[in-house]
Design a protein around this ligand. Structure first.
Ligand SMILES: [Fe+2]
Length: 500
């Protein structure tokens, strides 16, 4: 008997006993565990997910919108965690929904639409997942024919060269209409690179030049995209990397590209044995955290550095000073969050095993030496002023965890001075789950950090979403303006702001 048929038999036998107002019996073990946890773990509200697009809704605005601040705040994230009674096993599996908060002197409105990827349409038509996901191989899943067959477009958004795109990392960027959020389809940069991985963390330099990368795990390839300010491809190339790792983000400087390769290494045998993509990776701490430095004009001449083993999702920024490359990242002692905690989350479970820290790195190409300094700050989602990407910088804005209690995620937003380690915080409180906050330059300003910090959060007590805007240099004073929405959206990943 197929597992799916077996589960349906179980479901029929179990009947439909209600467990509570927000829980239903499911034969799917992940769905059943999550439903059981909902009554006692309010934080699970952020991970219930949605089944439908979110129609336009006005927010209740408290405070006054700063003069000069108008535009659209977009956030992407996994939003359909459950389909046909089957719940995905990992936070990164669900179909992407792009949310759009429109800010103007008329107020704030919100809407959200699922990205109509090939996978979203195939799964929707079947009524249950029929395509593999990052951490879930559904029973009886179709063979994966191409990266875009399993593209969920659920990680970030990009506005560049007149195009608006939802980003994943294992396949194409997906073009959308920035206003209606209609899906247009995969962005093809060149025929050779059609359908190739394009990461969710492209870097746009001050002149509009975009750099990005993609990891083709089974081929052991790192692809690099160099895209002109107008959106056309200048060049794309791929280099072979030994022991290819899970790499989610990278950094640029004026002369270099920087990749941090955690020792979470792809194992082809595991993949061929039918493990999920995530579980096809093996933690090999003996490799250390490898750092790959590539000169922009010599992509064929890699320079390698090694740091103590650790896992990194995100890098804030990088720059070069007197020949030394300096960068900040968010580091964990192991890949526990990626491999375990984000699976536990989908079953409604949370255990505090390890936390992130801010790491300040220095790479000296002349000596081959790499150094790391850790700051005891629990943070994630580092963002910087877009005007100083790859240039000398001091300020990084992050979500932070100060006193969140017995639940996952963040309860504060932070501004960190990477030169001194000084930081300023605004604490939302234990009952508010904080998503990524980004920096928006004030029109007409010139200096780094002149502008606003903007981000969303889930108020668990009031079952509302908050969109808050702070003066970036006075976070501790609290929001200048805060808009509340009487519905809960799934907690997501990355955001951008597109000025009006
Ligand atoms: Fe990310």
């Amino acid at each position: 008997m197929q597992r799916r048929d077996f589960l349906h038999t179980l479901l029929a036998a179990a009947g439909s006993t209600a467990l509570g107002a927000h829980a239903t019996v499911s034969a799917d073990p992940t769905a059943a565990a999550f439903a059981a946890a909902q009554a006692s773990h309010p934080w699970t509200l952020g991970y219930v997910g949605l089944q439908q697009d979110a129609a336009s809704m006005a927010l209740n605005v408290q405070g006054r919108m700063p003069a000069g601040l108008a535009g659209r705040f977009y956030r992407n994230g996994p939003a359909r965690h459950l389909l046909g009674g089957e719940r995905y096993h990992h936070l990164f599996d669900g179909d992407g929904m792009v949310q759009q908060y429109t800010l103007s002197d008329q107020g704030v409105t919100h809407r959200g639409r699922f990205v109509r990827t090939e996978k979203f349409l195939a799964d929707s038509a079947a009524g249950h997942p029929v395509r593999a996901a990052f951490g879930t191989n559904p029973p009886g899943a179709e063979a994966v024919t191409a990266p875009d067959a399993i593209n969920v477009a659920n990680t970030s958004v990009l506005q560049h060269g007149g195009r608006f795109m939802a980003l994943w990392e294992g396949g194409s960027a997906t073009e959308m209409d920035a206003q209606t959020l209609d899906t247009r389809g995969p962005r093809v940069w060149s025929p050779d690179y059609a359908g190739m991985p394009f990461s969710a963390h492209p870097k746009i330099e001050p002149d509009g030049t975009l750099w990005n990368f993609g990891i083709s795990s089974s081929a052991g390839l790192l692809s690099i995209y160099h895209i002109k300010p107008g959106g056309d491809l200048a060049a794309a190339t791929s280099i072979k990397v030994p022991d290819i790792a899970m790499v989610h983000d990278f950094a640029v400087t004026e002369r270099h590209l920087v990749f941090l390769l955690p020792p979470l290494v792809f194992d082809r045998d595991r993949a061929e044995a039918g493990e999920t993509f995530l579980d096809s990776h093996v933690w090999r701490p003996e490799l250390g955290l490898r750092v790959l430095l590539l000169a922009k004009d010599r992509l064929d001449a890699p320079q390698w550095f090694t740091l103590p083993a650790g896992f990194v999702f995100h890098i804030g920024n990088a720059c070069e000073e007197k020949g030394v490359v300096r960068l900040d990242c968010i580091r964990s002692p192991s890949a526990w969050a990626a491999t375990t905690a984000l699976k536990d989350l989908m079953r409604g479970q949370y255990a505090e095993k390890e936390h992130t820290a801010v790491a300040l790195l220095e790479l000296n190409p002349a000596t081959g030496q790499a150094e790391q300094r850790l700051l005891p700050l629990v943070a994630e989602f580092p963002r910087v002023d877009p005007r100083i990407v790859g240039r000398t910088y001091r300020q990084v804005f992050t979500a932070a965890r100060v006193d969140a209690g017995d639940r996952p995620g963040f309860d504060a937003v932070m501004r960190l001075d990477v030169a001194t380690g000084a930081h300023e915080l605004y604490r939302y409180g234990r009952e508010v789950m904080v998503e990524e906050h980004l920096f928006v330059p004030r029109p007409g300003s010139r200096n780094e950090g002149e502008g606003w910090v903007m981000g969303t959060a889930l108020d668990l007590a009031r079952r509302q979403m908050l969109l808050s805007v702070f003066d970036a240099q006075h976070l501790a004073d609290g929001p200048l303006v805060q808009a509340r929405m009487d519905r809960v959206m799934p907690l997501g990943l990355h955001a951008i702001f597109v000025p009006a």
